[in-house]
Design a protein around this ligand. Structure first.
Ligand SMILES: [Zn+2]
Ligand SMILES: [Zn+2]
Length: 411
């Protein structure tokens, strides 16, 4: 069996992994880096089956390209399938607006949607000489870890989270021989989730009580819903804008992927939904605004910040990692934002809360130890060595392939 990464090994983005067994070729995830302009993985050869772990664009963004050339079935959950279509249409819209080379057409997105071969957690399938098992990855609703049982067992994790969040239950280790694991947080641990949640709610109280508004930029897929759940019982006038609305509706139709669908339904129905420009003006009169984009590179969030930026009583609470080169990173480091091409000073109270949907360093180490493989392959991080060294200390053989390298794996 041979593995070859097409991208996404030493960076968080544009993932693609080929697995070759006998005459069979399989592709695991095929994404883009949503930088400006976007970056792409190496071109994929024809494959028999594609596996899609979850809908985030660093994993799914090139699937329509794949189906524009070949016609493999794409194995994924229904939640992943629904949201991948939505995100692909959004990427195409951005490409058209910004003048980037379009990698696929709307017709290719429809073709991708037609090619989904839906699976449920707990299902077993015989495919390509493997017995396939599907496990929840705990990262976002529908995110899947793929277990392939042949002469040996391989586990491809996609992105994982081992702790329970409000939105999904954490994932569980799977005993395997080869563990192909994400390592986004290699070298970094997260704060205690309960304490972080309390700190966040207290900060919202503080800002609203002093007469300010709180703008909460959040990623559409996963983070918006987590934040709504956190604010479910708060007494404030909350407004919800951006693509997270559509994602929430899709998740509510896939209730069995949620930790508590009733809570998410209540949290969603409790907030005011912004539908129009008029709605945006009304939202500015409320207390809290939850909106996209999470890294402030576009989306309705810029409208709100343009209006509130001179108000030091108001806050902007970032809820996820801000990649270098994004507007959000500039806000954190320099207190400035690009709004419609003009670099504006933001006088608001800027805070950062680490509501990650990925396991931290120690959690990844513990997960790997419990899977107890003979070989570990790490991907999805620009500093894999830190986790690799700890895992080697634990007695594992750890491989850190570069893009394009071929790895020979038993089984
Ligand atoms: Zn992800
Ligand atoms: Zn990812």
């Amino acid at each position: 069996m041979r593995l070859r990464f097409l991208g996404g090994v030493n960076e968080v983005g544009r993932l693609g992994m080929l697995l070759e067994k006998g005459n069979g070729q399989f592709l695991f995830d095929y994404g883009i880096s949503p930088t400006r302009p976007p970056q792409y993985p190496l071109p994929s050869p024809p494959v028999d089956i594609a596996f899609l772990s979850h809908a985030h664009v660093d994993h799914s963004g090139m699937m329509p390209w794949l189906t524009s050339r070949y016609q493999p079935p794409i194995i994924a959950t229904r939640a992943t399938a629904a949201i991948s279509g939505l995100l692909s249409r959004d990427s195409l819209k951005i490409a058209k607006a910004e003048g980037y080379v379009e990698q696929f057409t709307r017709k290719d997105i429809r073709r991708m949607e037609d090619n989904f071969d839906l699976v449920e957690f707990g299902d077993t399938r015989d495919e390509g000489g493997f017995e396939l098992h599907f496990h929840s990855a705990g990262h976002i609703p529908g995110a899947t870890m793929f277990e392939l049982r042949g002469e040996s067992i391989l586990l491809f994790t996609g992105d994982i989270n081992t702790i329970n969040t409000r939105l999904v239950w954490g994932c569980h280790p799977v005993h395997c021989d080869t563990l192909v694991m994400e390592s986004t947080y290699s070298g970094r641990d997260h704060p205690d989730r309960k304490e972080l949640e309390k700190e966040f709610i207290d900060a919202v109280d503080e800002v609203v009580n002093r007469g300010g508004k709180v703008v909460i930029p959040a990623f559409a897929v996963g983070r918006c819903q987590e934040i709504l759940l956190l604010l479910k019982d708060s007494p404030y006038d909350i407004w919800f804008d951006g693509m997270g609305k559509e994602v929430t509706r899709l998740y509510l139709k896939q209730s069995h992927f949620l930790r508590n669908a009733r809570d998410l339904g209540e949290a969603f129905h409790r907030v005011n939904i912004v539908h129009s420009y008029h709605g945006r003006k009304l939202a500015l009169k409320g207390d809290v605004i939850v909106t996209t984009s999470g890294m402030l590179d576009g989306g309705p969030v810029l409208f709100y910040l343009e209006h509130l930026r001179r108000n030091p009583k108001s806050g902007v609470f970032l809820t996820g990692y801000q990649v270098e080169g994004t507007n959000g990173r500039m806000l954190l480091e320099k207190g400035r934002l690009d709004i419609r091409g003009v670099r504006e000073k933001i006088e608001m109270d800027v805070r950062f809360f680490d509501f990650s949907a990925h396991s931290g360093h120690s959690q990844l180490r513990e997960f790997a130890n419990k899977c107890d493989p003979s070989k570990i392959v790490l991907f999805h991080s620009d500093q894999r060595e830190i986790l690799a060294n700890d895992l080697r200390e634990d007695g594992f053989e750890v491989l850190l392939p570069d893009t394009g390298d071929e790895l020979e794996i038993d089984g």
